[in-house]
Write a protein that binds this ligand. Structure first.
Ligand SMILES: [Zn+2]
Length: 169
């Protein structure tokens, strides 16, 4: 599965910084020494079998991985998962509200900029700050960065807002 398996979020219970985990790994081959459930051409491994066991989406046509929200036609990745919070010592099932739940987010002149984790935020900051920017690749956080944040007018505000938060946490 070529997607990050976790996202840094604001804990829905205590507002501290916590991790939201995709509860399943989708593998193309049966893993050795691990229990996996065959589904839609994948081998599904449960990462939190005690908290959130695998349940195949209903319907015969629903054997797909869906990205970017639950459209009822497959399994939505990074949608319903497990929050692991060290502040309130809780591990519980949560439906990710995207992008509201994200820990790394900035509202800059009416536009919302977000990152899945600190590493991604630093990557974005580096790119925005650079005066001589390399071409954007389609994939990854830079590729999906709305171009409004790359305009010369926005650059200073973006860098200032991101530097402030990243320095604090
Ligand atoms: Zn918490």
């Amino acid at each position: 599965m070529n997607v990050s398996a976790q996202v840094t979020v604001k804990c829905p219970r205590c507002d501290a910084c916590a991790q939201f985990h995709e509860p399943f790994a989708f593998l193309r081959a049966a893993p050795a020494g691990q229990t996996a459930i065959a589904w839609g051409g994948w081998f599904v491994v449960e990462r939190y079998p005690d908290v959130l066991p695998w349940q195949a989406p209903k319907g015969r046509s629903g054997q797909y991985l869906v990205y970017g929200g639950d459209d009822g036609r497959g399994y939505a990745v990074l949608h319903r998962g497990v929050v692991d919070c060290r502040a309130c010592m809780a591990r519980f099932v949560h439906e990710l509200a995207w992008p509201d739940d994200l820990w790394w987010q900035w509202s800059i002149r009416g536009h919302l900029l977000w990152a899945c984790d600190r590493a991604q935020a630093l990557q974005i900051l580096d790119y925005v700050r650079a005066t001589d920017r390399p071409a954007r690749s389609v994939h990854g956080p830079i590729g999906s960065l709305p171009s409004v944040f790359l305009s010369a007018k926005m650059r200073g505000a973006v860098v200032k807002a991101m530097e402030k938060t990243l320095a604090a946490g």
